[in-house]
Design a protein around this ligand. Structure first.
Ligand SMILES: NC(=O)C1=CN([C@@H]2O[C@H](COP(=O)(O)OP(=O)(O)OC[C@H]3O[C@@H](n4cnc5c(N)ncnc54)[C@H](OP(=O)(O)O)[C@@H]3O)[C@@H](O)[C@H]2O)[C@@H](O)CC1
Ligand SMILES: Nc1ncnc2c1ncn2[C@@H]1O[C@H](COP(=O)(O)OP(=O)(O)O)[C@@H](O)[C@H]1O
Ligand SMILES: [K+]
Length: 502
């Protein structure tokens, strides 16, 4: 993930953003110049989206976020808008660039008690941004409540006030924005839930911070995008054959639980695995036989049968969990899978089984030649790694990756993919219609298909999650997990079919 294009998708925590600001200042751009540029970006967005707004309320806070508010207020007034400015806090306590922006504001300050929310056709929230240090309460919370209750749309400066840019969480009141204009790069809080729901549209404005600030920061968190992994995405070669695209083995559930593993197998084949085999009891395979054609069936009643099957070194990639069950037999098969040292993708029941082991088999996972991929949803994550919800979902996933030595795909509407070496990605393209039975089984299959074609584990996980979201987007509401395979076909052809559309 070293391509220059990946730089566009970097996410910065507020702390890293502070360092980027400082970098720009040290390299010759005064802080006030950055603030003027920030104000200008908000102005541009405001005029573009609300050109007819005549009366605009700007609520400024005690720090530099408030400073941005004074700057945009002055510019709006110079364009003939009626602008009311409110200030939370004591003007005499403003310092630095915020104090300068305040003194440059040519109008008066409207007392908050008398602020004419009902007369404003647009509000600008410049109360708190990167410097939020605790949940909003008291006067600040009350003010946020009044802003949210007003009918005017709200444009948030940098972040909706009250929202943590690092975690996407709010410990107290938070502004419900129509849009958020942030600077240089998005912050994790714009994408993680519940933050994403408070931000509205997120616009990133250039305020003159040089790109070299990013190299200095060594930021390792990105928003998921094909630019991050396109170079590693499998591309068919003219001389290729099915064995060069890998043979994936999917463990089936029992006779009455075959559907999940079938979804996984079909998605793996559709994503380009050269061969896919389902393995399990004869009873289960008879059910599969009534549904699949291109997928092969390999009997393995017991763990020992599975071990024998895995003597075939061409079975490079192994997925287990969907529909597997949590019986002793399933647990024994998991043990064999961990010892077989294949490219492993563990989901669903395999994760539950891991969590029931004393050490969750992290030592076995760490001993693998190539990192396994674990795809827990929130419940499975907690069972495996305990409750770490004090931090952000990104920090939780990174800690889990470090503990297990595996790539973690922490699922949800804001799926986070994390690697033990500190890389992490937040996925944002998944529509709510993906919350349907079996869609996770399909995701496991997509990742399995990519792994079997030699895509490195972290990149395969990121690509798989993105393809999953995109497949759902082309289908839209009403999709079931069975349909995702069709969506996948469309996305693969359109985005990776050589037409250069990606
Ligand atoms: N740096 C730059 O060059 C540039 C920065 N830019 C802009 O600056 C913003 C960051 O500015 P910032 O660092 O001053 O923080 P900001 O969000 O205004 O809040 C800090 C103030 O709020 C207070 N406070 C915090 N939490 C509170 C709470 N719960 N309840 C009550 N008070 C609370 C806190 O007080 P304290 O925590 O010390 O008690 C302090 O007084 C950034 O988002 C962007 O918009 C752009 O202009 C581009 C150039
Ligand atoms: N509200 C949502 N918006 C977008 N994606 C979602 C949402 N809810 C779930 N998903 C995605 O759908 C999939 C569900 O997986 P999982 O919970 O394992 O379900 P199942 O076990 O039924 O397959 C995951 O990839 C998850 O990220
Ligand atoms: K704000």
């Amino acid at each position: 993930m070293t391509q220059a294009t990946a730089l566009a998708h970097i996410l910065l925590t507020p702390e890293e953003m502070g360092k980027a600001d400082q970098y720009a200042i040290q390299h010759g751009t005064p802080g006030y110049t950055l603030m003027l540029a920030a104000g200008e970006r908000i102005l541009e967005y405001t005029l573009r989206t609300h050109p007819l707004s005549k009366t605009i309320g700007v609520l400024c806070g005690p720090g530099n976020n408030g400073g941005d508010g004074f700057v945009v207020a002055k510019r709006l007034r110079s364009l003939g808008k009626k602008v009311h400015v409110g200030l939370l806090g004591d003007p005499s306590k403003l310092t630095g660039d915020a104090a300068k922006a305040f003194s440059d504001w040519p109008g008066k300050i409207t007392p908050l008690e008398a602020f004419p929310f009902d007369n404003c056709d647009l509000l600008i929230d410049a109360l708190f941004g990167a410097g939020l240090s605790r949940g909003l309460e008291g006067t600040a919370a009350e003010l946020v409540g009044r802003m949210n209750a007003a009918s005017a749309p709200i444009i948030a400066v940098d972040l909706p006030s009250g929202l943590s840019g690092r975690t996407g969480k709010a410990e107290g009141a938070v502004v419900q924005a129509t849009a958020s204009v942030t600077f240089f790069r998005k912050k994790p809080g714009h994408l993680l839930l519940p933050g994403r729901e408070f931000c509205g549209d997120v616009i990133v404005g250039d305020i003159g911070i040089p790109q070299t600030a990013l190299t200095q920061l060594e930021a390792q968190l990105h928003e998921n995008h094909p630019d991050l992994w396109r170079a590693e995405f499998p591309s068919p070669s003219l001389t290729g054959h099915k064995y060069s695209k890998g043979h994936a083995l999917i463990l089936s559930g029992s006779e009455f639980a075959t559907g999940a593993s079938r979804l996984t197998a079909k998605a793996a084949l559709r994503t380009g695995a050269g061969l896919v085999s389902l393995c399990g009891s004869a009873d289960a395979l008879r059910i599969h036989a009534a549904h699949v054609t291109a997928i092969m069936l390999r009997p393995a009643e017991t763990a020992s049968d599975l071990k024998d099957l895995l003597d075939d070194a061409r079975l490079t990639t192994l997925a287990l969990g969907p529909g597997l069950g949590t019986s002793t037999d399933a647990d024994e098969k998991l043990t064999i899978a961990l010892r077989a040292d294949r490219r492993l993708i563990l989901d669903a029941d395999a994760l539950t089984l891991l969590s029931q082991r004393e050490d969750a088999s992290f030592a076995a996972l760490k001993a693998l030649n190539e990192p396994a991929i674990l795809t827990p949803h929130a419940g499975e994550f907690k069972r495996l790694f305990g409750d770490m919800s004090e931090t952000s979902k990104v920090e939780e996933a990174l800690e889990a990756a470090r503990q297990s030595g595996a790539i973690i795909v922490y699922k949800g509407a804001d799926t986070v993919i994390a690697a033990p070496d500190g890389r992490a990605v937040i996925n944002t393209n998944a529509p709510p219609c993906l919350a349907t039975a079996g869609s996770g089984d399909t995701l496991t299959g997509i990742i399995t298909g990519l792994r079997s074609q030699d895509m490195p584990a972290f990149e395969a996980a990121c690509a798989g999650v993105w393809l999953h979201g995109e497949a759902a987007n082309v289908l839209g509401p009403g999709l079931t997990a069975d349909d995702l395979e069709d969506g996948l076909k469309i996305v693969l052809k359109k985005r990776f079919g050589g037409s250069g559309e990606t």
